[in-house]
Write a protein that binds this ligand. Sequence first.
Ligand code: MN
Length: 165
Amino acid sequence: MKRNRISTATVGAFAFAALFTMSCKEQASQNIANDDVEAIFPKGELGPAENFTGKVWNYGLVPADSTYTTLVGNVYFEPGARSNWHSHPGGQILVITDGVGYHQIEGQPIEVMKKGDVVKCPPALRHWHGASPDTGLQQLYIVPNTDKGIVNWMEPVTDEVYNNK
Ligand code: MN
């Protein structure tokens, strides 16, 4: 009787594992098909159209204050979406948590960013960042030295610049 119970439990565990594996695979193929990248944080607020092309969502994590002088948050760029050209007086660090994106410092080629990449944007350099055309991007941003300023927004990134990859 006891042995049967163990046996049933074991079969149940295998069935559960098989189901779980199947759902992970389905999820993975769904992500590729729908460009639905994994999110760690809530989507947050839709970014203003005057600073972004396409849909970009911002979720603040650490507000800038005089103790930490560091702003931290998460941005989700939908496929094709990107920031305007801009600069950060105190620099910026991007930590990519999922998806595929582009980053470009003015005068340099577009750099592809993928999950696990850490990208530094040096202080005061004009740059932009966003998703690739086919896959969205999840990025954590860290803006240090906020006593110097956070961001200076400039003009939109044209399709010509964005597609020059
Ligand atoms: Mn930036």
